[in-house]
Write a protein that binds this ligand. Structure first.
Ligand code: M6R
Length: 616
């Protein structure tokens, strides 16, 4: 959700904070603001809209030089995105400034107490109360912001990352976190804190993960971490494996275009180092013992959005290769249905960001019931892998565009590695069978590359259908989640009505939507796989065409049977059925990206969305 940066050091804080916000803007872009301390006075600037608006304001109304500062880019929860509700929020005496990510659930009662004590509330946010509470706590704690922060955190309910500065302590920045992300960047004569490492990666790759309910105090030479009661807390340092260039557009007009193009490498990197000389799978970060994996009686995948679709694809492979029953569940629904989970249940929590609150809460619920949780994640130091029993990282590099692309492909690959590992440990497959599937996976980067090289016709189709009112996507077997993913991409980027259906389900209702000229994108299974699947999709194509639909069929090279019924055909290379999502999703990503571009939308930062959804 919101992006947060704090800096203290020897350089000009404002430049560092604004550059950090630029890298974090994908997290939220409703409004932005900064605060610095200069000559023991607090100075803030904030503005509704994108960061660019704040930069214009900083041009016309500059801030004084300072070596300490905080900055925020907002995704609104409480209060509309306007100048007043933008962060930082300041105490009534103008001495303390705070920025916040998350939701303070008991803010109404805290606000009422403040109002009863005569404190003027100026915004509609839940966050502002924290600035006033800190101001009230400071005198009680000898004017010490870290102590005041600890005492205020003990009052708060909900999820929060807070960062604060105090005009009377111009040499320190204080942060706190509960169920919301915050990482520390350790520099030389300077230190940083931010929602994620991309904000400070240009300055340091040395970082520290913070645990739950911790307060961190940064000066230019020190990092001190305690719990909310002031007890020293353990910290986990780590080195970021990618550099600043990975979080830049690298010559592409859009992050999304860059990330689509990076998919062959992302898939290859996710496979790298996971196969030993004998061809067996070696998952070093798999902290679950073979005995625990042998005892697994059920797998439940929990995830949201695109990650959920990756989980739906993975279910086919997990059940096929391991014969373990596998359920896939939307994380936001999981804990509310009293799921049957026990110590023999393996939960696979898939999350690119590792911070999605729905997924985090679902996995915590499962752990409370004794289940083991394996996280599939793309972000080092994130909460979900940290709280899991085991983690398998996807090495996709930073994904900045709000619409997930390379994360999807690498999540599928990581799930497949887990499935094969389970099959290896449990003896469901012979080593040569596992090696054969790994070889198929190893071929995928070059096949994805081929799809990218031949994507031009897909772009033309986006222009052709730019005026469509609605687009339907249908698929069977692993093509069904691909259809859902194609529809999600089109919704979030092109703001078009789009729905994905299991092709066989059409005749049970959705076929009523078909009207003259309606584009229907068909993800066709290979005729070389189970022929019955292919025959059935050919029938489904005929059914929609008979009712006036225009069909755009994604079919593998050489599939001539389907070509006869396609108004437009997009070719993808031949590959085994379970590998098909890795190639057939790519044209759908390109289609949605181009469609949004044609319509003049902001592709990387679509309206109403944020990259990392840290509220439930
Ligand atoms: O970081 P996560 O993988 O947990 O995020 C899950 C979803 O919020 C995410 O995939 C979302 O659906 C994307 N914007 C879709 O493109």
């Amino acid at each position: 959700m919101c992006g947060i940066v704090g800096y203290v050091g020897e350089k000009q804080a404002l430049e560092i904070v604004v550059a950090g916000l630029r890298r974090l803007e994908y997290r939220g872009y409703d409004s932005a603001g900064v605060a610095v301390v200069a000559d023991r006075e607090l100075h803030t600037r904030k503005k509704a809209g994108k960061l660019a608006n704040l930069e214009v304001l900083l041009g016309t109304d500059p801030l004084p030089g300072s070596t300490i500062g905080i900055g925020h880019t907002r995704w609104a929860t409480h209060g509309v995105p306007n100048d007043l509700n933008a962060h930082p929020h300041t105490s009534a005496d103008g001495r303390v400034a705070i920025i916040h990510n998350g939701i303070i659930e008991n803010f109404a009662e805290l606000r009422d107490d403040l109002i009863a004590n005569g404190v003027p509330i100026t915004s509609d946010t839940d966050s502002e109360v924290v600035a006033h509470l800190l101001a009230a706590a400071l005198p009680v704690h000898d004017g010490d912001l870290p102590e005041a922060m600890r005492s205020v955190c003990r009052l708060l309910e909900g999820a929060f990352t807070l960062v604060a500065i105090n005009a009377d302590q111009p040499d320190l920045v204080v942060g706190a976190r509960r169920n919301s992300p915050l990482v520390v960047g350790v520099g030389d004569g300077e230190n940083f804190m931010a929602s994620d490492v991309s904000a400070f990666i240009a300055h340091t790759r040395e970082a520290i993960e913070l645990g739950q309910d911790q307060v961190v105090v940064l000066t230019r030479d020190s990092v001190t971490v305690t719990d909310f009661f002031g007890e020293p807390a353990p910290v986990t340092p780590f080195t970021v494996t990618w550099d600043a260039s990975a979080a830049e557009k690298g010559g592409y007009d859009l992050f999304m275009l860059k990330e689509i193009a990076e998919q062959p490498k992302a898939v290859a990197d996710t496979l790298l180092g996971r196969i030993d000389r004998s061809g067996s799978l070696q998952l070093d970060d798999m902290r679950l013992s073979d005995a625990e994996l042998r005892a697994v009686s059920k797998v439940i995948i929990i995830a949201c959005g695109t990650a959920y679709h990756a989980g739906m694809v993975a279910k086919y492979a997990i059940e096929h290769w391991t014969r373990i029953p596998c359920e896939v569940e939307l994380a936001s629904e999981f804990r509310y249905r009293d799921p049957i989970v026990d110590p023999r249940t393996l939960i696979i929590a898939i999350s690119q960001s590792g911070e999605t609150m729905d997924t985090l809460m679902a996995m915590r619920h499962a752990r409370e019931q004794g289940a083991k949780v394996l996280a599939i994640c793309n972000t080092q130091g994130a909460t979900i892998p940290r709280e899991s029993d085991a983690a398998l990282y996807t090495y996709a590099g930073p994904e900045i565009a709000v619409a997930s692309t390379k994360a999807f492909l690498t999540q599928i690959v990581a799930c497949y590695l887990v499935a094969l590992y389970l099959a290896q440990v449990r003896g469901n497959k012979f080593p040569d069978e596992i090696r054969a599937i790994i070889a198929e996976l190893a071929d995928m980067p070059s096949l994805v590359d081929l799809v990218l090289d031949t994507a031009e016709p897909v772009r033309r189709l986006a222009h052709l259908f730019a005026d469509a009112r609605s687009v339907l996507f249908i698929g069977r077997h692993v093509g069904f989640p691909v259809a859902l993913e194609g529809a999600l991409k089109l919704k979030e980027l092109a703001y078009m009505h789009a729905e994905g259906f299991a092709a066989g389900e059409l005749k049970h209702g959705p076929i009523a939507l078909i009207e003259d000229g309606l584009p229907v994108i068909v993800v066709a299974p290979s005729p070389r796989g189970r022929s019955v699947l292919h025959e059935k999709i050919v029938s489904n194509i005929q059914e929609v065409r008979a009712r006036g639909a225009v069909t755009i069929v994604i079919a593998e090279e050489g599939d001539e049977a389907v070509a006869a019924y396609a108004d437009h055909i997009i070719r993808v290379p031949q590959c085994p059925t379970l590998m098909q999502p890795l190639v057939s999703t790519v044209p759908l990503q390109v289609f949605a990206c181009e469609m949004a571009t044609v319509k003049g939308h902001d592709v990387d930062q679509p309206r109403n969305l944020a990259k990392s959804v840290t509220v439930e």
